[in-house]
Structures are given as structure tokens and as C-alpha cells.
Design a protein around this ligand. Structure first.
Ligand code: FES
Ligand SMILES: [Fe+2]
Length: 345
């Protein structure tokens, strides 16, 4: 199927992967509905505090379960009070009285659930058919052991997922797209090295002045990046700033971004991380979003671009995406929708 410039299947969402879909701190006692992969997903906590992710559409008549409440670890629909346990089974139908959920009713009315984990304060959702063995939730090398000196924030971009990822992997836009915030940053990306290991992309680059001399190992602004395909990445800038970004499609045209800064500085690290991330979200990211939203065609299209050496990381990502989407299309039974989520029970 060709929908947004690049060949895509089912909205172009890469399946069989963990995505960071939200900041875990957003899910407290109340349920929260987020839209991801063109689907409304409700997140809530069971009686032990473990996260549950399920289709937000109530199986009864479709109300948004995120508007409801959690009672004894079960989610209660705000419309007619049907309740659903953390394993998805319907456990109460108030209008039908006690015992109404017996005789298979619990299963017929069951919620569609998704595999979800909370890891290092992020909500990770496994999108796609559940394999017999789930891959481990990814994480990154070289990060502090905890989130004491970290701050996390979220935003949405009016940009398709593949374009958003192009923006994340792009190093050489900074001296132009972010000119006011990086005065004196050189435009030459040299050295620049991209390495692919399985579904991890490592990139290292130095932005410096083009003075005709080889790099002396010191001058310039050094970036390092580790991308866990498809949408999670660690970005280090110099020695002090380390960030993690999680991107997930909201739908075919928009992307949810969860960002975190670590500033391992005693006492004021968290405050610095907060200030840094505020600046990033208020001043810098809107410039990225503006550039990407202005780009034509609106979604990524490899044929419509003329890539240069400094785009190697972006190309590596597109290569992975293309291979994964192709495999998805080939594994797809003709004319029959594939079961995406994990069923209850
Ligand atoms: S729509 Fe949810 S209980 Fe009726
Ligand atoms: Fe940027």
C-alpha cells in the first residue's frame, strides 16, 4: 500500500517492537487515555500499582474508559459502570445485577489489552502481534543508574512518525534551524560515523568550523546517539547533557514525543534537567517541528529526497523501517486483518 509517499502497511507503523508511549508519572490513581497507532489506549494501575494498557473503547457501547475510575484495581466505565479487571475480564454489569458476568459474558465483554511495561519511569508498549517470547524492553548504555537527576516531559508533534525520527537523527540542522541557541556552532559535520548493530543505530558526529584542517579531537560540538529502532533514542551532547527521547505514532500524521534530560550534578541536577528540558520543549523543539511540518511531501519519501553523507543515520533508520514494513506486508494474510493486540484471558 502506498499512502504517505513511502510504501506502507497499516498506517506505516512498525510492529513487533517496544515504544515509549508516555511518562509513567502521568498515570496515577486515575486512568488516562492516550491515542497511539491510531488507537485510543487507556492506561491504569491495578491494585498492586502495575500498569495495564487496554483499548479505551468500552466493549459495551464504546465510551472512553479513560473518563472512568479505578475501583479495587478494576477500571469502571463512566457511562454505565461496567467494570473490567486488569486481565481484561468484565467483572461487573450493574444494570444486570450480581452474577451477570458469569456464563461466558465476562469473556465476550472482555477488554482488548496490550503488553505494557513501566521501565525507568517510561511507559513502554509492545505494538504488534505478541510473539511467544516478548523481546526485552530496550534500554541504553551509559545512563545514570536512576532518575534522581532527571526530568521528563511530553509533547505532540503535528508531524508523521518517520519525519519525526528523521528530525531526531539529524545532527547537521542544528547551526541553522537552532541558530539563536547555538551561537558559533560550526556547520561542518566531521568526523561523522554511523554504525548499525541489529536494530540499534549508533551515531557520532562533531559539528565544527570548516577550517580545512582535520579534526584535532577537541574543537567543535560533539554529539553521540544510540537509537533503539524504531522510536527510542539516547542523545549525549558534550559531557554534561544526556537525554532520552521516545517517539510513538499518534496516528498516521502525528507523533507523541516523551523527552528526558539527565544532569548528574549533585543537589541541583534535577532542577538543571528541568530547566534544560523546558528550554528544549519551548524553544528548540518547536523549531524542529516547524521545519519538519514544512517539509514536502508531508511524510517521509526516500525518492523525493537527495541525501548527503551527513544524512547517513537517517538513511540507516529508513533502511530498517523499509525492511520491517516489507516483512510485515509479506507476513500479512490477504484480505484478513491481523490480530494486533493481546486478547484477554
Ligand atoms: S459504554 Fe461502558 S458501560 Fe456502557
Ligand atoms: Fe533540532
Amino acid at each position: 500500500m502506498r499512502r504517505h509517499g513511502i510504501e506502507e502497511g497499516r498506517g506505516g507503523f512498525v510492529e513487533g517492537a517496544w515504544y515509549i508511549i508516555a511518562d509513567g508519572a502521568r498515570v496515577g490513581k486515575r486512568p488516562v487515555t492516550v491515542e497511539r497507532f491510531g488507537t485510543r489506549i487507556v492506561l491504569f494501575r491495578d491494585e498492586r500499582g502495575a500498569l495495564v494498557a487496554a483499548r479505551a473503547r468500552c466493549p459495551h457501547r464504546g465510551a472512553d474508559l479513560g473518563l472512568g475510575r479505578v475501583v479495587d484495581g478494576a477500571i469502571e466505565c463512566p457511562y454505565h459502570g461496567f467494570r473490567f479487571a486488569s486481565d481484561g475480564r468484565c467483572v461487573a454489569i450493574p444494570c444486570e445485577g450480581r452474577g451477570a458476568t458469569g456464563r461466558g459474558v465476562a469473556e465476550v465483554l472482555a477488554l482488548t489489552r496490550y503488553e505494557v511495561r513501566e521501565h525507568r519511569g517510561f511507559v513502554w508498549l509492545f505494538w504488534g502481534e505478541r510473539p511467544d517470547e516478548l523481546p526485552p524492553v530496550p534500554w541504553f548504555e551509559g545512563l545514570p543508574a536512576d532518575e534522581r537527576h532527571a526530568h521528563t516531559a511530553s509533547t505532540d508533534w503535528d508531524v508523521p512518525f518517520a519525519r519525526a525520527m528523521e528530525g531526531m537523527l539529524d545532527l547537521h540542522h542544528a547551526p541553522f534551524a537552532h541558530r539563536p541557541w547555538v551561537p558559533g556552532m560550526g556547520a561542518l559535520l566531521d568526523p561523522y560515523d554511523v554504525r548499525v548493530e541489529g536494530d540499534v543505530i549508533h551515531a557520532m558526529g562533531v559539528l565544527r568550523d570548516d577550517d580545512g584542517a582535520p579534526w584535532d579531537g577537541r574543537r567543535g560540538w560533539k554529539f553521540e546517539m544510540e537509537v533503539r529502532f524504531p522510536g527510542a533514542l539516547r542523545l549525549s551532547f558534550g559531557k554534561l547533557v544526556v537525554g532520552v527521547v521516545g517517539c510513538a505514532p499518534i496516528d498516521a500524521g502525528r507523533t507523541a514525543i516523551v523527552g528526558r534530560y539527565y544532569m548528574p550534578v549533585p543537589a541541583i541536577g534535577r532542577l538543571l534537567a528541568r530547566l534544560g528540558l523546558l528550554m528544549e520543549f519551548w524553544l528548540i523543539q518547536p523549531e524542529d517541528e516547524r521545519m519538519l511540518a514544512s517539509s514536502e511531501p508531508r511524510d517521509a519519501d526516500l525518492e523525493a529526497c537527495r541525501f548527503v553523507r551527513a544524512d547517513a543515520g537517517i538513511l540507516a533508520w529508513h533502511k530498517m523501517r523499509r525492511a520491517r514494513l516489507k516483512a510485515q506486508r509479506e507476513g500479512e494474510p490477504q484480505g484478513e486483518p491481523r490480530r494486533l493486540p493481546v486478547e484477554a484471558g
